[in-house]
Design a protein around this ligand. Structure first.
Ligand code: ADP
Ligand code: MG
Length: 395
């Protein structure tokens, strides 16, 4: 199975491009699902489906043609379904602080729940082998970054905190419930957490395998949009995902010669040049600004033709070099990490238990070290050709 994840700033064209990609894949014979993970769904709108017929009404994919289906995940329903125990515990804790039930309910929706709920679908479809390609139409960049970092976070929680916390609670609950003002979570809470974890099992491996998951970043030829695209590129790399394509959408076509657009043309050309050099060797595609909105099957087909050659397969893996590798050279242990735009001063490194922690700005990535390297300490780091090499030594 292949997962193509379309991400980028709000309004750049993710939904349109994801939908067009779905059409192209289906035309080439793949059983394809385009799934919207953005709570502000517009996937059904892109296909110009009648309002109310579909939007979040069903958790069954909606058939577009023989091989193509689309799905808008109803986040509220999913949260109720999967997070009931967890939410009700959080609500009960919040209630003890004196805030209202309604407020507590709002606050109990934790960041990441939406993304995790969507990932449960991906996992379910994978187990059922229902689709050959799943195209994910993601929420704007910040949220989709949360999407990809959640499994790592959850994985870490389950490994490091959960077993300990659960055992401890079994021992202390009889006493604690008598003296503590806050109720400790009931056993059903842990059953719920364990069930959730089961549903998410294997997701980090799926996302981090470049032969399965490819991130396609969508951008516009504008400086501000490009900055966000660059940040996204770093963060996806940090989280072990492989960006194997950039799509620059809404490029002014040659045919537009009106003086009004002269400045736009010049600045777009500058930003295009910047994009090509920054993202190399990641292939960059261009899509022109159309004379109209991209709405309905026919226009999506037209977009697909602008994006792909007649027989071009969007599920082709463009890059497989892993975002980080472990090596041993001349007795020296090395961790290599691709960090496309990180400047030297911004990178922080330290060890925590058997993990190497890399910090870039406010972002932190825990890299689980192989057993052979777990007892080593980072001694030197150098950034060269966009690759951060960390030397690990016995100290
Ligand atoms: N190349 C293009 N030319 C003209 N309009 C476009 C183009 N790409 C997208 N649009 C339009 O721009 C709007 C936003 O696109 P959308 O795909 O919904 O963006 P996103 O999902 O990133 O928020 C939609 O109305 C869409 O039809
Ligand atoms: Mg969208």
């Amino acid at each position: 199975m292949r997962i193509l994840l379309f991400s980028g700033k709000g309004g750049v064209g993710k939904t349109s491009l994801a939908a067009a990609t779905g059409l192209q894949l289906a035309r080439l014979g793949y059983r394809t699902l385009v799934m919207s993970v953005d709570p502000a769904h517009s996937l059904a709108d892109a296909f110009d489906m009648e309002d109310g017929l579909f939007h979040g009404q069903t958790s069954d994919p909606c058939v577009i043609n023989d091989r193509l289906a689309i799905l808008e995940v109803n986040i509220q329903k999913e949260i109720k379904r999967h997070w009931r125990e967890i939410s009700s515990y959080i609500i009960s804790v919040l209630r003890t602080t004196g805030i209202s039930e309604v407020e507590a309910e709002e606050l109990a929706i934790l960041p990441g729940m939406e993304e995790l709920s969507a990932m449960m679908y991906v996992n379910q479809f994978r187990r059922e082998a229902r689709y050959q390609v799943i195209v994910l139409d993601c929420a704007p960049t910040a949220e989709s970054l949360r999407f990809v970092s959640m499994p790592t976070t959850l994985d870490w929680y389950m490994k490091h905190i959960f077993p300990y916390q659960r055992g401890l609670l079994k021992a202390v609950r009889p006493i604690a419930n008598k003296v503590s003002p806050v109720q400790l979570p009931p056993d059903s809470y842990f059953a719920n957490v364990a069930d959730l974890f089961g549903r998410l099992e294997g997701i980090p491996d799926l996302l981090e395998d470049p032969r399965i998951t490819s991130v396609r970043l969508v951008t516009n030829p504008e400086k501000m949009v490009l900055r966000e695209t660059q940040r996204a590129f770093v963060y996806f790399s940090l989280h072990g995902l492989t960006v194997d394509g950039i799509v620059v959408n809404r490029v002014l076509p040659e045919a537009v010669t009106d003086a009004y657009f002269e400045e736009w043309r010049a600045s777009q050309a500058r930003v295009m040049a910047e994009i090509e050099s920054y993202f190399a060797p990641v292939p960059v595609k261009r899509v022109p600004l159309f004379t109209h909105e991209v709405l309905g099957g026919e226009r999506l087909e037209e977009l697909a033709r602008a994006l792909y050659a007649e027989d071009e397969d969007p599920s082709t893996v463009n890059r497989t070099d892993p975002p980080y590798t472990f090596e041993k050279i001349d007795g020296l242990y090395l961790v290599r990490l691709r960090l496309p735009f990180a400047a030297k001063g911004e990178v922080g490194l330290f060890k925590k238990g058997d993990e190497l922690v890399v910090e870039i700005g406010t972002l932190r990535r825990h890299i689980g070290l192989p057993t052979s390297m777990a007892s080593l300490t980072p001694t030197r780091a150098k950034l060269e050709n966009k690759v951060l090499t960390v030397e690990m030594k016995e100290v």
